[in-house]
Design a binder for this molecule. Structure first.
Ligand SMILES: [Zn+2]
Length: 466
């Protein structure tokens, strides 16, 4: 099967060029100067007026964590991902049971292989007792290992039966030493447990159940302290370390300063770039996440870190709980489940806010949504860029499309969005995975189970430090 995509503006790692793309056997086989003799092809796609971006890799999703219908969520939710330019997801270990053993890892791999519409890789989890399982899970294909330094329970227990407990410093250090033995990657939710527990206890005791209390319960110092500790452990152990959902620009500064002595990377999420604490106060439950939304000066400083290239990737932290789970109750916003939907807005929102509104170059948008995650999670160079030999995973954007975020229209079961009402410019009109059109003209073109399981290519990122 040969496909040609002609007349598009193609975004490569070095910039955007007018080019025609030749796809053979699912791979990019030619980046052709327009106007020349075109090779014969089975399928011709006219991308006039469109921007051809590498497909988005969402390295942080929780499709199976949020409610009792994990397979259904994977089927419908990954359709939503494909419809919005996401071509690979890396799914977190939260599930029933959590992925902390080889057996649970293999069962989970089966579940995703039969349900996903997009390609997928899998995280495994650290629970403080499974150091002996880590090498085996990596051999079975685990791409990274998730650690929590905090919990909603004072005793550090997992917040529900699908979750992971907090690791104390001893367990964290032991896990990092073990992972370093086989070049594993640890991904850390870095917030100081004691500070969070103390702050929320004080606020609840004072009778606070208003929206702003959620922000006060997750002070920035809890994040920067934990990041500092993880950086110290990363330097000492030499393990590849990834800090998930960084909300603090100061934490990013610390991470940059720690390179290259520590092999550390970081991600942020659209909600930390598009929303601030006043949105939390105004909107309430639908913006509850952890770490919480930050004050506007922190958001502005985080954008500076985006523009300076210090943030390796953007991920959604997609948590598609039902609207009912986001409701407040007698304890006010404390009753709203933490976590935001985001896989269906990740690429288009960042295209609109980053590129159209803030003039971030398209190659930088592509770095943060495709090349960065591919390199950090060792899917590079099979995934992550429009380059010769890479999988033809593509998102075709109409840069003129005007649209407004509406969670009601999501494909997944979490039909709500913290971004409801935000006006955007630029949207995905067609998505290809391995050269096959999976979405176009508003319709899915493939069935659940199309997505393939991905393992590490072995590539190790060269860290630039910004
Ligand atoms: Zn998460």
């Amino acid at each position: 099967m040969r496909t040609l995509i002609v007349n598009g503006l193609v975004v490569t790692p070095t910039g955007e060029i007018r080019a025609d793309l030749l796809i053979e056997q699912g791979k990019i086989a030619g980046i052709l100067t327009p106007g020349g003799q075109l090779p014969a092809a089975d399928e011709l796609i006219d991308a006039s007026g469109l921007i051809v971006m590498p497909g988005t890799i969402d390295a942080h999703t929780h499709f199976t964590a949020a409610h009792d219908f994990p397979e259904l969520e994977l089927r419908e939710g990954t359709q939503g991902a494909a419809a919005h330019g996401v071509t690979t997801i890396i799914e977190m270990p939260h599930s029933l049971p959590p992925v902390t053993t080889v057996d649970s890892f293999l069962a989970r791999r089966e579940m995703l292989a039969s349900s996903c519409c997009v390609d997928f890789a899998l995280w495994a989890g650290l629970d403080g007792n499974n150091v002996s399982q880590l090498a085996k899970m990596q051999q079975a294909g685990a791409i990274a290992f998730k650690a929590f330094l905090c919990s909603d329970s004072a005793d550090g227990a997992a917040s529900d039966e699908k979750g992971l407990p907090r690791l104390n410093d001893d367990s964290l250090l032991r896990a990092m030493r073990e992972l370093a033995c086989f070049n594993g990657l640890i991904g850390v939710h870095a917030e100081n447990h004691d500070i969070l527990i103390g702050a929320s206890r004080e606020l609840r005791a004072a009778g606070r159940s208003d929206n702003r209390a959620i922000a006060l319960a997750g002070p920035e110092i809890a994040e920067t302290e934990a990041v500092g500790r993880v950086l110290h452990f990363a330097r000492q152990t030499g393990v590849r370390t990834h800090i998930v959902h960084v909300s603090s620009a100061e934490a990013v500064r610390m991470i940059t300063a720690a390179r290259p002595a520590a092999r550390v990377t970081c991600e942020t999420c659209p909600h930390y770039l598009l929303l601030d604490v006043e949105d939390l106060v105004r909107i309430g439950a639908n913006t509850r996440c952890s770490p919480p939304l930050r004050p506007r000066p922190v958001v502005n400083a985080l954008w500076q870190r985006v523009h300076s290239g210090e943030i390796d990737l953007l991920a959604s932290d997609h948590y598609p709980c039902t609207p009912a789970q986001k409701q407040t109750g007698q304890h006010g916003i404390w009753d709203a489940v933490k976590g935001l939907t985001g896989v269906e807005t990740l690429g288009p929102l960042f295209f609109s806010e980053g590129h159209i509104r803030r003039a971030l170059p398209l190659a930088e948008v592509a770095r943060m949504t495709a090349r960065g995650p591919a390199q950090v999670f060792q899917l590079w160079p099979q995934k992550g860029a429009i380059a010769l030999g890479a999988d033809a995973d593509l998102a075709l954007y109409d840069p003129q499309a005007n649209w407004t975020v509406s969670g009601e229209k999501f494909h997944g079961l979490g039909k709500w969005s913290a971004f409801d009402g935000i006006r955007c410019r630029g949207n995905v009109v067609r998505t290809l995975i391995r050269g096959i059109t999976v979405f176009r003209a508003g319709e899915m073109q493939v069935a659940p189970g199309f997505g393939q399981f991905l393992t590490r290519t072995g590539y190790s990122p060269v860290l630039s430090g910004g």
